[in-house]
Design a protein. Structure first.
Ligand SMILES: *Cc1c(COP(=O)(O)O)cnc(C)c1O
Length: 365
């Protein structure tokens, strides 16, 4: 079986460094918010091209606290692509704000031409999700935010290192959110996340909120969370970050191999905007007979996944928003036709060639 993902290969590549770091932190006697977290925050901010980074416990917390730090809350609206991952929407609703959905375009990211008609007096910001590792049209989003006085929030949980006009995703927003969940491009060995920003104020707010709202030991200025990145995780992420460019490059080459070698007029291949450079968190194709294709691949020993089978507006969790099937037809069509192929670091090029051959020969329209 060609698995959909295999995280062990990456661990084994750098296992000495990882293991030495774990021992170093264990023997230091300091385990939460210490010098590894500080060093990682500095290194990650520098990598993205921002002033500040604040390490957190998860990508969802990054969204929750990033959005909260902008003062977005009850009665406010945030515009977001309807095909986003559910956590993006939870980052909005956990602040009691309302997600306003916009259909994606052919690059799976928010269709910038459909945003303006959704802006109301309540709109406070746009959450730009760089889905599957492919940057959104940042020029258009920056212009809309400037023209309408909106905050730009980036969700870079799938796009660590991806660029728009050679600038990294995460360097455009007022606040940008990242996940370090193990399967992400800059994945750790457990949960983790961060926000990056150029604002000293936002940085300070998030630092207070991640630690129960404590500005000074045992003085609590507001009700915060416990959302701290631990020392072992930060130490391991510092190692991962050193190799991130190399790991991204490997995925870019593998994505090119897929694109070059899949020849089937019934299969839609992924595209990128001209100024965008994807890091291919997922390699997503479309087929009108997606479930049959998935079954066919599985019968030929290839695992594949669906990102995502149920769009947030039809998710049970959001039934209270009262949307129904047909409200976002393009998003719904994508949920029924997208399929992600294996593209993990360390995948054998022979396996990719085998998968491209299978898909090229697939006859089920
Ligand atoms: C993974 C992911 C998140 C959530 O990150 P966690 O660390 O799992 O909380 C948020 N947004 C996007 C786009 C993601 O892919």
């Amino acid at each position: 079986m060609i698995p959909f993902n295999n995280l062990k290969i990456q661990y084994e590549r750098y296992s000495n460094e990882y293991e030495n770091k774990v021992h170093e932190v264990l023997s230091s006697g300091w385990y939460v918010l210490g010098k590894e977290v500080e060093a990682f925050e500095e290194e990650f901010a520098h990598y993205i091209g921002c002033e500040y980074c604040v390490g957190l416990a998860s990508g969802l917390d990054a969204l929750k606290l990033g959005i909260r730090s902008l003062g977005i809350g009850k009665d406010d609206e945030v515009i977001v692509a309807a095909n986003s991952y559910i956590a993006c929407i939870m980052g909005i609703t956990e602040n009691d704000a309302t997600p306003i959905f916009v259909e994606p375009d052919d690059n799976y990211n928010i269709d910038v031409s459909q945003i303006k008609k959704k802006i109301t007096k309540k709109t406070k910001g746009i959450l730009a999700v760089h889905l599957y590792g492919t940057p959104c049209d940042m020029d258009a989003l920056l212009k809309i935010c400037k023209d309408y006085g909106l905050y730009l929030i980036e969700d870079c949980s799938q796009s660590h290192g991806a660029t728009w006009n050679s600038k990294k995703t995460g360097s455009f927003g007022d606040v940008s959110c990242f996940s370090f969940y193990p399967t992400k491009g800059c994945g750790g060995f457990g949960d983790g996340g961060c926000v990056v920003t150029n604002s000293f104020d936002i940085r300070n707010k998030v630092r207070v909120l991640r630690n129960y709202g404590s500005e000074k030991k045992y003085h609590f200025s507001e009700v915060g969370l416990n959302s701290r990145l631990d020392e072992i995780q930060a130490g391991l992420l510092r190692i991962k970050l050193k190799y991130l460019e190399e790991l991204n490059q490997e995925r870019i080459e593998n994505a090119k191999l897929y694109i070059k070698n899949i020849h089937n007029k019934n299969i839609v291949l992924p595209k990128e905007l001209e100024n965008a450079k994807s890091v291919w968190h997922q390699f997503v194709i479309q087929s009108p007979t997606r479930d049959k294709l998935k079954q066919y691949l599985s019968e030929h020993n290839v695992q594949s996944e669906i990102h995502y089978p149920i769009p947030p507006h039809l998710s049970e969790a959001y039934s209270y928003l009262m949307y129904k099937r047909g409200d976002f037809p393009y998003t719904e069509k994508l949920s029924d036709s997208v399929l992600s192929l294996p593209l993990y670091n360390g995948i054998d090029k022979k396996d990719i060639m085998y998968i491209t051959k299978l898909i090229s020969e697939y006859k089920g329209i």
